[in-house]
Design a protein around this ligand. Sequence first.
Ligand code: NDP
Ligand code: 2IT
Length: 451
Amino acid sequence: MTVSNDILNKIKKSNCSHDETFFQAVEEVLDSIAPIIESDPIYERHSIIERLTTPDREFKFKVVWMDDNQKIQVNTGYRVQFNNALGPYKGGLRFHPSVNNGILKFLGFEQILKNSLTGLPIGGGKGGSDFDPKGKSDFEIMKFCSAFMTELHKYIGPRIDVPAGDIGVGAREIGYLFGEYKKITSTYDGILTGKPFMFGGSLMRPEATGYGCVFFTDEMLKLAGKDDFKGRICAVSGAGNVAIHTIEKLYDMGAVPVTCTDSRGTIYDPRGINLKLLKELKFKKRVSLEEYCKEHSEAIYTKVEDYPEGGHEVWNIPCDCAFPCATQNELTEVDARNLIENGCISISEGANMPSTPEAIELFQKNDILFAPAKAANAGGVAVSEFEMAQNAAMIRWSYEKVAKMLEQTMREICKRVHLTAKEYGVAGNYVDGANIAGFKKVADAMIAEGV
Ligand code: NDP
Ligand code: 2IT
């Protein structure tokens, strides 16, 4: 009975549309761009909104693989090719049990405007699977990635669609996916970014999203006439690729990051997070953050069950700057209120859509600097595009070159978002600034390319 119930739940989960997060993302954008749509009939004449919110195509496929106990496992794989007005579809792959078509549509839609903001020739897409990498052996990860690529390879190509990592997909997974693609097609193409350096990955791609988010925030503080990061207490959520490199760059800039979180709990280390230990626990051992306290008994660990009602412990900790870097809707209205009451001056979204609409509204009403995901976390995909350029030319760029270009790209995005908000009469509103600037470029390209 339990087995069939489990299967029934799985079937229900992978067959419902689950579009809530997609609607949330679309609603915010439509709200921001309403003045442009109303003032210029060209967008309506070309049905830009309908065309922009409908993916070009969506693939859904079965992924069958064998686990270490010789049991055959079945997962669902997806790739949403959303819009290629500006370049090949580009966006990550997420492996997490919560993945469904709706979540990938929200991420793919956001990716179109994010990629537009980078100023680079890349369109928007997203993919992934409900596969849960947690607790799986390396061999099982390899088997799953091979099976996933058996189907995905039909839809991608260096000038068609170039996936990368996201939650649950890092260099290890990209390596296995790349290996399988190579085996199936006998080609050595840059069909994925975030590859390990030894076979075509760009230097600084692993660090890019986190570092970029800190550069963006530094520029935002500067434009608002505030002091830089020196001595600032920062709260960071997440303990993965984005969070860890955000923490690393914050230290470089003289800030004191005091928190990190995973799906089970929050660490608060008032003296500053021990970055070396965090990397060891999450990148090497892949264990729970609770282990952090074995070496740092003065740090406080709070389990998810003990979080404040309707909120998250990490946003209850006093800080100057907050960096939500874990997942969508992880920062609620309750959290926003706590952050504001504790004197926080800026929120920068390292994750995709981590703040709920109610939280954003509160930040804006209280004049808190707010850097939305599609602008603040664009550093990852920007360096992915640098990787595509290096692969296409069969060359490698130096660390210094990529670092300089990343910093420049993030500061430019920040300035453009800032200026666009000013130009459209909503000075300081980076949500509107990012949505308008991202939208205009894609919409104008769609119009110029015809129906
Ligand atoms: P990782 O898989 O490396 O890390 C994700 C982290 O977030 C882990 O600490 C994980 O905890 C935690 N987490 C994931 N899901 C949940 C959840 N439902 N509830 C609580 N905690 C959760 O992913 P990334 O760091 O790459 O991605 C983090 C965010 O950044 C995502 O929103 C992603 O879309 C976004 N992003 C990533 C980019 C990239 O280049 N990788 C680029 C731009 C945005 P646990 O370990 O317990 O699972
Ligand atoms: O959300 C994102 O921008 C990513 N996960 C990175 C996408 C990419 O293609 O590098």
